[in-house]
Write a protein of this length. Structure first.
Length: 380
């Protein structure tokens, strides 16, 4: 009986120690605000990648006056050969599939603290990945179009970029296509429907005598400027957002309207109902409709803002709808619960309990056999 009590106490001690290690994973005091950045990073496997803390998109903060640390799975990140911290940016040298996951930047000063979670997805350089990692651009038929290599790191000035279409080098003939060394764009003359498709811009550069690639995938869509088109939703690859309970989330919906936007309407639905019917306490609201004008036409953006994520959001179908008299386009969006930083602890607890039960049974049987042996020896 004494051995049973000792075994149970030992098991309880292990479980308490286990729970204590979970609590120690917290970095400092709990922040007043937790934000899930809804725009994920998609990068190609074995290429250089950077993640920048998007705090300036949410708060007017001077980074020189705050402390900023990066965490993953609840632990503060340290510099390694593959991942290095440079102030508000993480550098992956290079990014590999094992780096896929949630990274959190914690920004703190004497009176305030905010955590912003960012999702990194490391994908294979295959056509099946293109719908997730693409950057959409729109060109008018029969016009000239300047295709920009998007979202490049700041230090890539004067780098040579190689261009490809559907996996083949883009001819730099100066007639149909043209691009210059040291620039980040390619010119397409006399745009036609045949120019639609996936393009790739790729640059190679050296850091400490090691060469790294940076590749961007562009999906070019062609529109006949003589015919009014239905609206086009651009960020169509952001359909699922991972978020934790209580965090703030902003889901963008960016719409291309061309040069004729007079009858354009953009709105959000939640399970087929208007947002103000879904959330009567203004926990979930539509943001302000923002308009920008570019050479190729007008863009409108209507964000869906969650002040805090609750359980019901994980089982709700959200839709951004953009419509005019020529048709409509729908962007479905779903929020899934982000994996807990302590998920592996939770998974390990049942295994630990089973191990303890087996150990207790084994010890009890062993002691019982020992008692029988002692009795036999005493009897003889």
């Amino acid at each position: 009986m004494k051995m049973w009590v000792q075994s149970i106490l030992f098991g309880t001690f292990l479980l308490e120690t286990y729970g204590f290690s979970v609590n120690r994973m917290n970095i400092g005091e709990k922040c007043q605000a937790r934000i899930t950045h809804s725009v994920d990073y998609y990068v190609i496997n074995e290429e250089l990648a950077t993640i920048t803390c998007p705090v300036s998109q949410y708060l007017p903060i001077d980074l020189s006056t705050v402390q900023l640390v990066w965490t993953r799975n609840g632990s503060e990140m340290q510099d390694t050969a593959e991942i290095q911290r440079k102030r508000d940016t993480l550098w992956f040298l290079p990014a590999v599939k094992e780096h896929t996951g949630i990274y959190t930047c914690v920004v703190r000063n004497a009176s305030y603290c905010v955590e912003i979670s960012v999702s990194l997805n490391v994908m294979s350089d295959t056509p099946s990945s293109f719908p997730y990692i693409k950057y959409e651009q729109i060109a008018y038929e029969n016009a000239q179009f300047l295709m920009i290599c998007p979202a490049l790191p700041d230090f890539t000035d004067h780098m040579t970029i190689n261009w490809f279409k559907e996996g083949k080098p883009l001819p730099n003939d100066g007639i149909k296509y043209g691009y210059l060394d040291g620039t980040t764009y390619a010119l397409i003359n006399d745009v036609s429907l045949e120019d639609e498709g996936y393009y790739k811009c790729q640059l190679t550069f050296s850091i400490e005598n090691i060469n790294y690639n940076v590749t961007r995938i562009i999906q070019l869509r062609i529109i006949d400027q003589g015919i009014r088109q239905q609206p086009v939703i651009l960020n169509s690859n952001q359909k699922t957002i991972a978020a934790s309970l209580g965090s703030k989330v902003v889901i963008p919906c960016k719409v291309y309207a061309g040069h004729n936007d007079g009858d354009l309407m953009v709105w959000w639905l939640a399970n087929g109902s208007f947002v103000n019917d879904y959330s009567k306490d203004d926990r979930v609201t539509e943001g302000v409709l923002q308009e920008t004008t570019e050479v190729e036409g007008q863009y409108f953006e209507l964000p869906l803002i969650f002040e805090r994520i609750e359980e019901e959001d994980f089982i709700t179908d959200f839709q951004c709808i953009a419509a005019n008299e020529y048709g409509q386009e729908i962007l479905p969006a779903q929020i899934k619960q982000a994996a807990s930083s302590f998920a592996w602890y939770i998974a390990a607890v049942p295994a630990l309990v089973v191990f303890l039960i087996i150990a207790i049974i084994f010890i009890a049987k062993h002691r019982k056999c020992g008692n029988k042996k002692d009795y036999s020896l005493a009897k003889s």
